[in-house]
Design a protein around this ligand. Structure first.
Ligand SMILES: Nc1ncnc2c1ncn2[C@@H]1O[C@H](COP(=O)(O)O)[C@@H](OP(=O)(O)O)[C@H]1O
Ligand SMILES: [Mg+2]
Length: 261
């Protein structure tokens, strides 16, 4: 069933195909940005917009066309139809618009996220930032990570060695006091608040060093970012110090820390 999938994963063609799909989803999202888009609120009180739904529909249709046998777990489908059983060894994890709150408020830091999971590990992933038109992706296993501006050539990226004054990225969803405490717990004197999975990508390209998170996230919020960061030489650890894994109960993550070099 997965012969073509595994061949494309091994050659890097899969990650490139995911990048094209995520950029097309970004083109669906962009007209809604800073255009008075209205958020509705889901049962868990998180916001959703027409842009989230249209982008997810595009991604699901394109993945089904390319790899019809691979099941998909996507944020908005999950919210509308409830928790599906965790699929088999291979599945997609999709967040069509991560950072919806910032998107609605007109900030730049929102992303499209597609990851391939194999036996609990994110083995390929792509994150696209529609507002700045930048995409980050994994490659063939062991072949690093890349970023490009839409329409330009791919550039290799890598985490930086931990500097003397490491810098943390944190969710906006905490007070300054909480953020300061969390950053210093991970040896960082400076920190910056940033929405969405962009945090993983900024560490992957060597501009920041740590992204600690204590509050809840869902697996589709982190899987693609983790795939990019790991491919760039970083890691994402659950609270017990082991790599963050996927296909957990209700697709819910506990705390974690993402680290560069
Ligand atoms: N209580 C909660 N449970 C699960 N996920 C939560 C959550 N509060 C926030 N999140 C997730 O955190 C994401 C935002 O992260 P950040 O604060 O780093 O920008 C949201 O993504 P969406 O915007 O896709 O809903 C949402 O999924
Ligand atoms: Mg999200």
């Amino acid at each position: 069933m997965t012969e073509r999938l595994t061949a494309d994963l091994a050659s890097g063609a899969l990650a490139e195909a995911l990048a094209d799909i995520a950029e097309d989803a970004a083109r669906v999202i962009l007209p809604y940005w800073r255009s008075g888009v209205v958020a509705e609120f889901k049962a868990d009180e998180s916001p959703v917009t027409q842009a989230d739904r249209e982008a997810e529909a595009l991604i699901l249709a394109r993945l089904a066309e390319l790899y019809p046998d691979v099941p998909a777990v996507a944020e908005e489908d999950h919210a509308a139809n409830g928790a599906a059983e965790v699929p088999g060894d291979w599945f997609w994890l999709i967040d069509p618009l991560d950072g919806t709150r910032g998107f609605v408020e007109g900030r730049e830091s929102f992303t499209v996220n597609i990851a391939l999971i194999h036996k609990g590990a994110p083995v390929a992933g792509v994150v696209t930032a529609p507002a700045t038109q930048i995409t980050w992706r994994s490659a063939a296993p062991g072949a690093g990570a890349f970023r490009r501006r839409f329409g330009e050539v791919w550039q290799a990226i890598r985490v930086r060695n931990r500097p003397a004054s490491p810098m943390a990225l944190l969710s906006h969803s905490m007070t300054d006091e909480e953020a300061q405490r969390l950053a210093s717990r991970h040896g960082c004197v400076q920190w910056q608040g940033t929405d969405s999975s962009l945090k993983f990508c900024l560490i992957a390209e060597g501009r920041f060093d740590a992204y600690p998170r204590t509050g809840p996230t869902s697996e589709w919020d982190t899987a693609a970012g983790q795939a990019v960061l790991e491919a760039a030489g970083g890691r994402v650890m659950a609270e017990d110090g082991s790599p963050l894994r996927y296909g957990k109960s209700c697709y819910a993550n506990g705390g974690f820390v993402a680290l560069g070099g």
